[in-house]
Design a protein around this ligand. Structure first.
Ligand code: GLU
Length: 302
């Protein structure tokens, strides 16, 4: 196995890429270059209703325009559902998942009673509606083919974590923008009984991302600050699934003039629009405040 660092860019093809994606992809690509590492592209298309083939084609075109190269073959998550199911089967066997048949409306109604109970993203915490369903009721609902999600039994998962590491929190290494490491200690319990397998697709982002980072040998996860808090859940799953621990760099986010995170429908920051307007990759780097790579001639004559 190669000892070279492995980095990746992992977009979801449910819309067009914008400047925020360019920032993320370029930060990962530049770090891979700096470390002499490999750079992978992973298409996170688990949401088969929202992801579209044309967005995938556009991702390839936009990244190539930015001067980014990546290794082939590109991993497409929608082709690997059985791999994620193997991981969820294992968690199920350990007694760490339970089926939740509750509808969105039922969950919404129950969470209204606990307005202060929110996860690190500010979303209502799952109030445990179907946590203790009797076996017989589960069997009846399964026989009726009622759709269900699989949720993490967080308290049991933390017990399992303690059994493995001796502690009830997780740790990870966060690199700042200069590459200086800081050890972070964080509590995954704040996520409550998170969905590990969604109702509509045989995995969740959290499960697929840790399984793929593990099997692709990703050593450095570069992604936006919006996913910083999710890292506690990822480290928990990695530890229980026996997957290696990467280091993390959660980079700054680009915001619009109202201070909101850029959205996929924001036309003025869309990479296709910027390309059509004749803007080139160096101008994009300049606009993003990223270093301009030296040309071969400059490298030869410092
Ligand atoms: N697919 C995720 C997104 O587009 C990124 C996942 C990650 O980098 O961990 O937001």
């Amino acid at each position: 196995m190669s000892a070279r660092p492995v980095l990746r860019f992992a977009p979801s093809p449910n819309g067009e890429l914008h400047l925020g994606h360019a920032l993320s992809a370029l930060i990962g690509f530049d770090m891979a270059e700096k470390l002499g590492g490999r750079f992978l592209l992973r298409i996170e298309d688990i949401d088969t209703t929202r992801c579209r083939e044309e967005y995938i084609t556009h991702i390839y075109e936009d990244l190539a325009w930015l001067g980014i190269t990546w290794e082939e073959p590109v991993l497409r998550q929608s082709l690997h559902f059985t791999t994620y199911s193997a991981a969820s089967d294992w968690l199920l066997k350990l007694g760490l998942l339970y089926p939740c048949f509750a509808t969105r409306a039922e969950i919404g109604e129950a969470t209204e009673l606990f307005p202060d109970a929110v996860d690190p993203d500010g979303a209502p915490l799952y109030p445990g509606l179907h946590k203790h369903l009797p076996k017989e009721e589960i069997a009846v609902r399964l026989a009726r083919n009622e759709p269900f999600a699989l949720r993490l039994h967080m308290d049991r998962a933390i017990d399992a974590l303690e059994g493995i590491t001796g502690t009830r929190h997780v740790t990870f290494t966060e690199l700042d923008e200069h590459g200086n490491p800081q050890r972070i200690e964080i509590n995954p319990a704040d996520w409550g009984d998170a969905v590990i397998v969604r109702k509509d697709t045989p995995t969740s982002y959290h499960l697929a991302v840790v399984v793929d980072d593990g099997r692709q040998g990703v050593t450095h996860v570069t992604r936006g600050r919006d996913l910083y808090a999710a890292t506690s859940l990822h480290r928990l799953l990695q530890t229980i699934l026996g997957l290696p621990e990467p280091v993390y760099h959660h980079h700054r986010l680009l915001t619009d003039t109202d201070g909101r995170k850029l959205s996929k429908s924001a036309r003025d920051t869309g990479l296709r629009e910027l390309r059509a307007a004749g803007i080139d990759a160096l101008q994009i780097r300049h606009r993003l405040g990223l270093p301009i790579p030296a040309t071969p001639a400059q490298e030869n004559h410092p």
